[in-house]
Design a protein around this ligand. Sequence first.
Ligand SMILES: Nc1ncnc2c1ncn2[C@@H]1O[C@H](COP(=O)(O)OP(=O)(O)OP(=O)(O)O)[C@@H](O)[C@H]1O
Ligand SMILES: [Mg+2]
Length: 487
Amino acid sequence: MRTLLEVAGLTKRFGGLVAVKDLGFAIREGEILGLIGPNGSGKSTAMKLIMGIERANAGSVRLAGEEIVSWPTHRIARAGIGLVFQHSRPLHRQTVRENIKLALLPDSLLRLVADRAVDEHARLIGERVGLGAVLDRHPATLPFADLRRMELAKAIARDPKVVLVDEPFAGLTLGEVENFSALIRSFREEGKAVLLVDHNVKSVAALVDRVLAMYLGERIAEGPAEVVMRDPTVRRVYLGGAIGTHARDIAPEKTGVPLLHVSDLSVLYGKAQALEQVSLEVHAGEFVSVVGLNGAGKTTLFNAISGLVPYSGRIIWEGTSLAGRTPGAIARDGIVQCPETRELFGDMSVAENLDLGGQHQKPAQRAERLAWLLDLFPILQSRRAQMARTLSGGEQQMLAIARALMMNPRLLILDEPTLGLAPVILEQISRALEVLRQTTPITVLLGEQNVTFALPHADRVYVLEHARIIWQGPASRFAEEAGAGYL
Ligand SMILES: Nc1ncnc2c1ncn2[C@@H]1O[C@H](COP(=O)(O)OP(=O)(O)OP(=O)(O)O)[C@@H](O)[C@H]1O
Ligand SMILES: [Mg+2]
């Protein structure tokens, strides 16, 4: 089989940081290479260098033998490389079909309306990735998985020989991961070369022919998935141990006034019912998980509690209704949400983002908290002066969680905190939550579709499905009574 992509000596510096260091690998026709590594190890940067989005300081990238390292991105795309970005960035005014058409004809916006052949081509690509039914909708109305499908469609629109796929599985359900895996497998059958980055280690291992593990910009191991996953260095820096799934002690029955009491909560977005008669209780000191797939309504529930969306029904915080309170007032009263969308200040540094979180506290308390958080997320320490928007995906997630904790919440709402995090970091967060539980009075409301992460931390679990609570009970009974489709 012919080598399609050959990378050698690839190096990228950002100021004093070497994000990619002397990286080399080759991918043949019909081969899938998995690229794994902790958050910030340089995976996305390596892809951007190959695609010409970042300029390499040194090294070579050959496509079917031809040196392309100094070429502009559009030329690289035309020569046959497609990149599925880690974060979806659709054009919101255009429909799905138009977004795909733009990827087909990147230089000719004007032909969008005119060309029937292109229209048909876009439809075929859309159907291939499973967007057939939503081609004429706008991206903002699509569920998360469909947005990821659209990124995939754009990347393969011009039938590239080499496909670079950055975290396709993050935020997807098991079933969706299976669909995406099948698509990626079909690239192999077409003889494409695929470079795949994802933190879902099982799905990567099931798909790839080989794995390359990176750490601090450098290769630390390469070979068959089973071998690399057993490598002691890879285990230490990336995989860690396994998150303990031991059953929790049965929490004592909570009585008295709950800290947070939601009853008959309903939210409508236009005609769409996002929440229907949802009721839940969170008692002081409890850890409660709301598990549900994308689109089930978790974020809407949290946004209602935080005062961000209008609702009907009641939300009672320490015996007092939150109706009519502003989001700011609710946050000052101790309900802090770490949103799924992170909402960082992109043009401010890591330190400034954290400072903003701590601005209401006394200096001594603030300093102590900051030290604790930087201990929890050491990578943020080394990135203190860096602009938030240039952080890696996982680093941004860590910063968002740290900033929420910096605000000294009494009720911490974490919406999908595991998105895009390396296994070793999940384990750190797991441990941090355990520390919070043992050593602070903090109460946690956790929204997750990653049940493996949510269960070990939950005293009680609610399952949200299609806008309704369909099950509630102690974590210990979840597997037996509600686990189908999740575990
Ligand atoms: N424009 C930039 N300026 C400064 N530093 C940057 C810039 N872009 C990336 N970095 C840094 O380079 C390092 C590598 O980032 P990269 O996005 O490649 O990581 P990654 O392996 O994709 O991580 P993740 O799994 O979290 O997405 C990170 O520490 C990041 O903060
Ligand atoms: Mg990345």
